[in-house]
Ligand binder design. Structure first.
Ligand code: MSP
Length: 616
């Protein structure tokens, strides 16, 4: 019987487009899935999207679309990125699929019937206009983090999962599974969280509707995390008689450190309650910052994996993410760092090795690997490297697995240099040198296949091995095989040239296109009332009239104008600016003013034009 292996990524929210964080988890899981398949394990690899909950409902509203339409659009972006990164998932689950819904309701019902889910009241701070509860930590000053209004203390009816009942069972489980969470430091955090005591978990909501209905009470939708975690068993049709995939459970979950508690505490407790075996392992990785800062849309430093693939190629991007930072720790992404890695590890070490071997064999052996057997030094070193890389992989230590491979690449490069094949007159010595280097290179391609599938395939084929990457197919001795030199594997980045290109790019960036201008909807408007905003020197609340519409605009012109002198003025506004809250007042638009030091002067039109007229 083949050993089976089930690996998952978190399922990604569809309110955001894919970024480096999503790519990182998925690349790590893909590398491990490829590694296990190559080693002969019967492997199942799952990824997918998390499509329910208030976050998605709100994002859909902001995009003036329905949640399912938003999900349908964003899911394509994820699927396309996984294709571009050559991700080999066996299935892709969406939580809006009926196959998933069925499982969630089944487990919810089972836990309810056995008394592990009960109806209670969720107490929290509520914002009525936003229809949201907030905890004291989310809103320490009791004002809404979204709109700034004062919060009310309210109770919402909610179903609760009796998590508190599972504290001891979880602690026992952790004790008997000492590698349940890696890295170990994170496991310690989980254990001390559970030891401090667990509170029952609210698992339903009544304040919005985008979710899976509680099967016996359709006023409630199931809490999005209770829903989402179940994807790992619904996708494999767990426990169903004719399921071909049920046998893969339990799984190894790769997750970011921020969602470890859900996977290492709530999820195993839900499973134990449901009479299902907990996951095999949860592997938590760290977070990426970008060019030294936390990634954020407003800073504009979110790393887009698609653009990285276009700039550097998918293999280099995959390699960089797993090589530059120990899995489990935080890391910083920078263009300089990825270029440095490509230059030193890929172009210099690996690319150069291939190039030297192919050139030497072409020149000295008519392009054929010399016919020699028994290459003890190269083979012994390969076996050592293979063993240590495998030990690292079992611990999800991608970095050290790659380091072992690179030590072998360096050894092979040095072996060639030390033998000085260009000066060798002894034919047998020359043959041994060339064959050793070629055999080593072939083995390196096998080792690299899970990490850099394209490069590994190219090297293997150029050494005339057309078989599939499986360790069962691997032959150390490839004497007589033809070696094709082909194009260079990796191009070096020239940092000096980059400086010039950056300057040109900066120049380009200072211009905007006509499309950017066309996005602005400028209109004339007449000010009908104006009042100072309490407690603010600068802000004035204006009511303006457009043709058939009145709007409130809060403008920072209070130091240059008195409210009275504003009434009746015809001004110019940006009409399609998204509404913003300023000191608790919603502002719908922005007026245009010229500034000269501290003085502001409102822009207006020089003929009598109707209010609400468009400006081109
Ligand atoms: N939908 C939940 C997961 C449910 S799993 C049953 C979710 N989705 S997410 O899209 O917000 O995040 C998914 C993963 O991306 C998480 O593992 C998270 O840690 C990871 N990352 C998000 N930003 C990240 C970085 N900046 N760096 C590395 N990974 C990060 O959470």
């Amino acid at each position: 019987m083949k050993e089976s292996f089930y690996i998952t990524t978190p399922i990604y929210y569809v309110n955001d487009i894919p970024h480096i964080g999503h790519a990182y988890t998925t690349i790590a899981a893909d590398t491990m899935a490829r590694y296990k398949r190559m080693s002969g394990c019967d492997t199942f690899f799952l990824t997918g999207t998390d499509e329910h909950g208030q976050k998605i409902e709100r994002a859909a509203k902001a995009h003036e679309t329905s949640p399912i339409e938003l999900a349908d659009k964003v899911v394509i972006r994820f699927k396309n990125l996984w294709k571009r990164l050559d991700i080999t998932n066996d299935d892709f689950i969406r939580t809006t699929e009926p196959r998933h819904l069925k499982f969630v309701q089944l487990l919810f019902n089972k836990l309810y019937e056995q008394g592990d889910i009960y109806l209670g009241n969720y107490e929290g701070w509520y914002c009525t206009p936003c229809e949201s509860f907030f905890t004291e930590t989310e809103a320490p000053d009791k004002s809404c983090p979204q709109c700034g209004r004062t919060l009310e203390k309210l109770k919402e009816e909610s179903y609760f999962f009796r998590l508190s009942r599972y504290q001891n069972k979880l602690l026992e489980f952790y004790k008997s599974h000492p590698n349940f969470v890696i890295p170990n430091t994170r496991f310690n955090e989980v254990k001390s969280f559970v030891t401090r005591g667990l509170q029952d978990l609210s698992v339903s909501r009544t304040s919005f509707s985008w979710g899976i209905p509680v099967p016996f009470d359709d006023k409630h939708v199931i809490y999005v995390w209770f829903d989402a975690l179940i994807n790992y068993i619904s996708a494999i049709n767990y426990g169903c008689k004719n399921s071909e995939t049920s046998r893969y459970w339990p799984a190894v979950h790769i997750v970011g450190k921020d969602i470890l508690q859900f996977h290492a505490v709530y999820w195993p407790a839900m499973l134990i309650a449901g009479g299902i075996e907990p996951p095999k392992q949860v592997v938590a990785h760290g977070w990426w910052t970008s060019e030294g800062k936390k990634m954020s849309k407003s800073l504009g430093n979110v790393v887009d994996p698609n653009s990285m693939i276009s700039q550097f190629g998918r293999d280099s991007f995959r390699y960089f993410l797993l090589r530059d930072v120990p899995f489990g720790q935080d890391g910083d992404f920078s263009i300089k760092a990825i270029k440095n890695r490509i230059n030193s590890d890929l172009a210099n070490d690996l690319g150069n090795l291939f190039n030297r071997v192919a050139t030497l064999i072409k020149k000295n052996s008519s392009g054929l690997i010399p016919d020699v057997s028994g290459l003890p030094e190269a083979e012994e070193n390969f076996e050592k490297m293979h063993k240590s890389a495998a030990e690292s992989m079992e611990k999800f230590d991608f970095l050290n697995a790659l380091k072992s491979i690179w030590n072998y690449i360096s050894w092979t490069n040095k072996f060639i240099t030390d033998a000085k094949p260009w000066a060798l007159t002894d034919k047998n010595k020359l043959d041994v040198t060339l064959a050793s280097a070629a055999y080593a290179l072939h083995a390196i391609a096998y080792e690299l296949a899970p990490f850099m599938p394209d490069t590994a395939e190219v090297i293997k084929r150029r050494l005339s091995d057309n078989s599939e990457f499986k360790w069962d197919n691997f032959k150390w001795d490839i004497r007589g095989s033809k070696v094709e030199k082909g194009e260079i594997l990796f191009r070096r980045y020239d940092f000096k040239k980059d400086v010039k290109e950056n300057k040109d790019h900066e120049k380009e960036k200072s211009h905007i296109s006509i499309d950017d201008v066309m996005k602005l909807e400028l209109k004339t408007a007449e000010i009908v009332s104006a009042k100072r905003v309490e407690k603010s020197e600068k802000l004035i609340k204006l009511e303006v009239s457009l043709k058939d519409e009145k709007r409130t605009i809060v403008a920072g012109i209070g130091k240059s104008y008195n409210p009275e002198e504003l009434i009746g003025k015809k001004i110019i506004i940006v009409a399609n600016l998204a509404p913003r809250q300023l000191l608790g007042i919603q502002s719908n638009g922005m007026l245009l003013a010229a500034s000269n030091k501290d003085t502001l002067s409102l822009l207006s039109v020089d003929k009598d034009i109707d209010s609400g007229s468009p400006i081109h």
